[in-house]
Design a protein around this ligand. Sequence first.
Ligand SMILES: CC(C)(COP(=O)(O)OP(=O)(O)OC[C@H]1O[C@@H](n2cnc3c(N)ncnc32)[C@H](O)[C@@H]1OP(=O)(O)O)[C@@H](O)C(=O)NCCC(=O)NCCS
Length: 169
Amino acid sequence: MGEISIRRAAASDFDFFYSIKCDADNIYWSGHTSPPSRENLVGFFSSGIQNPDIHTKRTIFIVEEQPNNNRVGYLYFDPVKGGSAEISIAIMQEFSGRGYGRQAVRTLCDMAFGLGFNKITAMVREDNLRSQRMFRHAGFETTGLFTFQFIDNLNKEVKMLEFKKVRQV
Ligand SMILES: CC(C)(COP(=O)(O)OP(=O)(O)OC[C@H]1O[C@@H](n2cnc3c(N)ncnc32)[C@H](O)[C@@H]1OP(=O)(O)O)[C@@H](O)C(=O)NCCC(=O)NCCS
């Protein structure tokens, strides 16, 4: 299994971010039917990279394959109240299944726990078995809580399962 590292996203990562957003896998599991508009993503990406304090609002991270710093994915880190944060991840289709997702999630959780967060959650579609497997490999478990989200490309609501990982003391 190769090694990965994570770092905060920078303005120069936008083209990569947009390309992964156009990945067929990413489009499908985001519930869309077509690639996003580049213009719409620019503002969203900019606000995710201009946040000086991870405790206050969304921070976007880039996942890089080592030792070459080859960009393979991104992570969102969204702080919520009470020392918790919610995360989301995508790994490029061609690099999927190499254990990069679980390594990236583990690395981000360790970093967040080191910064004082005590609980990390993720909402995962009930039908996204690959993502569920990846989160379990990264030390997450289901909480039993769920929501429903309307998924455009299925034209129906899908159950979103809450997964969590807590800081070990
Ligand atoms: C979900 C995602 C982040 C996983 O990243 P990854 O680097 O492939 O994850 P890992 O390699 O660490 O683990 C994937 C696991 O799922 C398994 N898997 C692959 N395809 C699968 C499938 N169709 N059904 C069930 N498990 C599957 C892999 O075999 C692996 O498990 P194993 O090591 O026990 O064999 C990545 O595939 C992705 O970005 N998908 C599109 C966007 C997405 O779904 N994001 C998650 C939103 S919650």
